[in-house]
Write a protein that binds this ligand. Structure first.
Ligand code: BG6
Length: 478
C-alpha cells in the first residue's frame, strides 16, 4: 500500500471568530460573527444590529486564543503538527474594512502567532476570510452583494501578503465559499442581511443576491491569486469548499439526475470557477430556470481566467442522500441536511459519518481537476466527559479520525495527490452553526461552557496522544 508523502502536512484547523476571542481588543472592529448570539441544537443563532446588553455572543471571548496562543501552539507542537490552519480576522487589520491604513496592533498579533508557529517548525496555513467580514461592510453594502467589497478585500490581502510574505506560504481565499450557493450562506459567508429577519438560520432567502455576492467573491479571489502569483512566487494559493458528497437515494434515474444537479450547483460550481477560471456550462440553465441574473463587468471573464488556484482544499464531515421525491427520513448536516442513509451512523448532531465517502470524494475531485488536494477540515463534534481522574476518553473521536485517515490512505494508493490533513477544531472551539461549546472537536479540551462560563483551562484528551503517534509515524500507526 502506498504511504503518504514524506512532507505530508499533518496539523489542525481553526477559525479566528470561533477561537480568538478579544473581539474588541487592540483596535479590532466588530465583524459579522461578532453580531451573532449563541444558539443551540434547537434554537437558532440570532443576528443583532447592535450589541444587546446581557446577551451572550460566543465569538467575544470564545476560547481566548488571543491571550493563550503561546500555550496552545506549544501543545500543537507537542502533537507534532507540521502545519496549523488559522484564519485572520479582517477586522483586526481593517476595523471597518474601509480604512486606507491597516491597524498595526492587529498585524502585530499575527506576527507573534506566526513567529511562535515557525519557532516549532509549524507552517501556517492561512484562511483569509473564514465566515466573517467587517460588520461595517454589511451595513454599507449589504456585504458581498456590493461590488465595492472587492476593492476592500484586495487592499486587505495586499497588506497581508506584504507583511507576512516571509512567514506564510499557504493561503486560502474564502472558507467554504460554496456556502453561498445555499440559503445558510446568506449571512454566514456573504454578510448579506435580508430586511426583516434576524434569525441566522432561517433568514429570508434571496438567491439572486447570493449568486451576485458569490460573483464578487470569485472576482476578489481571482484578483488576489493573480497578485500573489505575480509578486510572491513562493506562495501557494488555494480555494476551500465545503464538500457534501451527495449520493442518489436509489438507482432510479430521477434520483441520479437529482443528485447530479445538487452535486453540480452545491459542490462543483465554485471550484469549477476557481480552478478552471470560468463559469461552468450547467450554470446557464440553472440561472435561467431560477430567474438569476448575475451582473458582471467588462473584463470579469479575464480576471477569473487569470486567477486560478494552485491547490484545492475542502472540508469533509459527512455525506448525504438525494431523491427526486423524498419520502424518506431526513437528517441534519453541515450547512444542509438530507435524507437518511440506512448504511451510515450519525453523530450526536445528526451528521452522517461516512469515511469511505472521503475516499470516493478525493477520487472524484482529483479526477476532475488533477491538482494537489488537501483535507483542511474533518472531525467529529461530540459531547466529551471529564472523568473523576481528570481524563477524557474520546475513543469515539479516535475511531472517527482513524477511519477517515485509513480512507485517505486508500485514496493516495488510488493515485490521488494529497498534500495534508488538518482536522477541524484541533482545540475545542465555538461551533459555527449553533454557537455551542458543548459540540467539541478537539484533541485539547477547553474548560468553557455554553453559558459563557469556564476557567479556559486546557487539558489533553486521549486523542491527543493518539494523534501524536499518528503524526510521528506519518499515518502508519493508527
Ligand atoms: C465547517 C466550518 O463548515 O464546519 C467551520 O468551516 C465549522 O467553521 C465546522 O465550525 C464544523 O461545524 P460546526 O457547526 O459543528 O461548528
Amino acid at each position: 500500500m502506498k504511504t503518504l508523502r514524506s512532507d505530508f502536512l499533518w496539523g489542525g484547523a481553526t477559525a479566528a471568530n470561533q477561537f480568538e476571542g478579544a473581539w474588541d481588543v487592540d483596535g479590532k472592529g466588530p465583524s459579522t460573527s461578532d453580531m451573532c448570539t449563541n444558539g443551540s441544537h434547537k434554537t437558532p443563532k440570532r443576528i443583532t444590529r447592535q450589541i444587546e446588553e446581557g446577551t451572550l455572543y460566543p465569538s467575544h471571548e470564545a476560547i481566548d486564543f488571543y491571550h493563550h496562543y503561546k500555550e496552545d501552539i506549544a501543545l500543537f507542537a507537542e502533537m507534532g503538527f507540521k502545519t496549523f490552519r488559522l484564519s485572520i480576522a479582517w477586522t483586526r487589520i481593517f476595523p471597518t474594512g474601509m480604512e486606507e491604513k491597516p491597524n498595526e496592533a492587529g498585524l502585530a498579533f499575527y506576527d507573534r502567532v506566526f513567529d511562535e508557529c515557525l519557532k516549532y517548525g509549524i507552517e501556517p496555513l492561512v484562511t483569509i476570510s473564514h465566515y466573517e467580514m467587517p460588520f461595517a461592510l454589511t451595513e454599507a453594502y449589504n456585504g458581498w452583494a456590493g461590488r465595492e467589497c472587492i476593492d476592500h478585500f484586495v487592499r486587505y490581502c495586499e497588506v497581508l501578503f506584504e507583511r507576512f510574505k516571509d512567514k506564510v506560504k499557504y493561503w486560502l481565499t474564502f472558507n467554504e465559499i460554496n456556502a453561498g450557493t445555499m440559503k445558510m450562506g446568506n449571512f454566514l459567508s456573504l454578510g448579506i442581511l435580508n430586511e426583516g429577519t434576524d434569525d441566522f438560520i432561517n433568514q429570508v432567502d434571496n438567491e439572486q443576491l447570493r449568486f451576485q455576492g458569490l460573483h464578487h467573491q470569485f472576482i476578489a479571489s481571482a484578483k488576489v491569486v493573480k497578485i500573489a502569483h505575480e509578486k510572491y512566487p513562493q506562495f501557494q494559493m488555494g480555494n476551500m469548499i465545503c464538500f457534501i458528497t451527495m449520493y442518489p437515494y436509489s438507482c432510479n434515474p430521477d434520483d441520479i439526475l437529482e443528485a447530479q444537479k445538487d452535486m453540480q450547483m452545491m459542490n462543483w460550481f465554485c471550484s469549477d470557477i476557481q480552478v478552471r477560471g470560468e463559469y461552468p456550462y450547467y450554470a446557464k440553465r440553472y440561472f435561467e430556470e431560477n430567474n438569476i441574473t448575475v451582473k458582471m463587468e467588462k473584463g470579469d471573464f479575464e480576471i477569473l481566467k487569470d486567477g486560478c488556484v494552485d491547490f484545492y482544499t475542502f472540508s469533509y464531515y459527512m455525506s448525504s442522500c438525494v431523491a427526486k421525491n423524498p419520502i424518506q427520513e431526513q437528517v441534519s448536516g453541515n450547512l444542509m441536511g438530507g435524507l437518511k442513509n440506512p448504511h451510515l451512523k450519525e453523530s450526536d448532531w445528526g451528521w452522517q459519518i461516512d469515511p469511505k465517502g472521503l475516499r470516493y470524494t478525493l477520487n472524484e475531485i482529483y479526477a476532475r481537476y488533477g491538482i494537489p488536494l488537501m483535507v483542511v477540515e474533518n472531525g467529529l463534534g461530540a459531547y466529551d466527559i471529564i472523568e473523576e481522574d481528570g481524563s477524557i476518553n474520546d475513543d469515539y473521536r479516535i475511531d472517527y479520525l482513524k477511519e477517515h485517515i485509513e480512507q485517505m490512505k486508500e485514496a493516495v494508493a488510488d493515485g490521488v495527490d494529497l498534500m495534508g490533513y488538518t482536522p477541524w477544531g484541533c482545540i475545542d472551539l465555538v461551533s459555527a452553526s449553533t454557537g455551542e461549546m458543548a459540540k467539541r472537536y478537539g484533541f485539547i479540551y477547553v474548560e468553557k461552557y455554553d453559558d459563557g462560563t469556564g476557567t479556559l483551562a486546557r487539558r489533553k484528551k486521549k486523542s491527543f496522544n493518539w494523534y501524536q503517534k499518528v503524526i510521528a509515524s506519518n499515518g502508519e500507526n493508527l
